[in-house]
Design a protein around this ligand. Structure first.
Ligand SMILES: [Mg+2]
Length: 195
């Protein structure tokens, strides 16, 4: 029998859609301001800074963000649950996810708890102990890593997949090739690369 491989997956932008967009609209709605129609209206990855360039208003938004669990009711990205279930039956699956949105703020320390809760509800076949809170992902070892951020795909791992999301569509094939990275446009591509 072949040895089991180890696959690492980011959570936000790979398994669930990014929560910031939902949170921003929720906050705008709560203060009676018009909401955004689509993520495509944003130009950068840092939606909070872009939506609220004024520091005072941005801090008010962050206070709002910290009060709620925006993973509650969040729907998985198409194909993620079936793909992860299939891989879990065959190989080792770990979720490697940054859990520190705001350095130094204690009211943001519940992010790990919120994520593991979502995994318990939606991916019950993944043990909670396989959910790793980590930001410097280049420290990780394994056979594959799938992430929607290029900055997390610079470690010493053989198979590196960039999961397509609104903010990384402009990254060229040449840039990907230079980093030994393959683009996965959807979970079908992920499963094909990891078969
Ligand atoms: Mg991500």
């Amino acid at each position: 029998m072949m040895d089991k491989r180890t696959h690492l997956f980011d959570v936000d932008g790979v398994i669930v859609p990014d929560r910031w967009f939902i949170a921003i609209n929720d906050y705008l709605d709560s203060i009676g301001k018009p909401t955004y129609n689509s993520r495509d209206e944003f130009k950068t990855f840092y939606l909070g800074s872009e939506a609220f360039p004024d520091e005072k208003e941005r801090n008010a938004f962050f206070d709002h963000f910290a009060k709620y669990n925006f993973y509650d009711g969040l729907k998985p990205i198409d194909g993620a649950v079936d793909g992860l279930r299939e891989l879990s039956e065959r190989d080792n699956v770990y979720l490697a996810t940054s859990c520190y949105v705001m350095e130094g703020r204690r009211d943001f320390l519940n992010e790990y708890e919120q994520k593991v809760g979502w995994v318990m509800d939606n991916l019950p076949f993944i043990p909670s102990k396989n959910v790793i809170a980590i930001s410097p992902k280049h420290l990780l070892r394994g056979d594959s890593i799938t992430d929607d951020s290029m900055k997390n795909l610079n470690g010493d791992i053989q198979t590196k997949l960039l999961f397509t999301d609104w903010h990384n569509k402009g990254i060229s094939k040449a840039e990907l090739d230079a980093g030994g990275i393959v683009r996965a446009n959807h979970w079908g591509d992920v499963m094909e690369q990891l078969k």
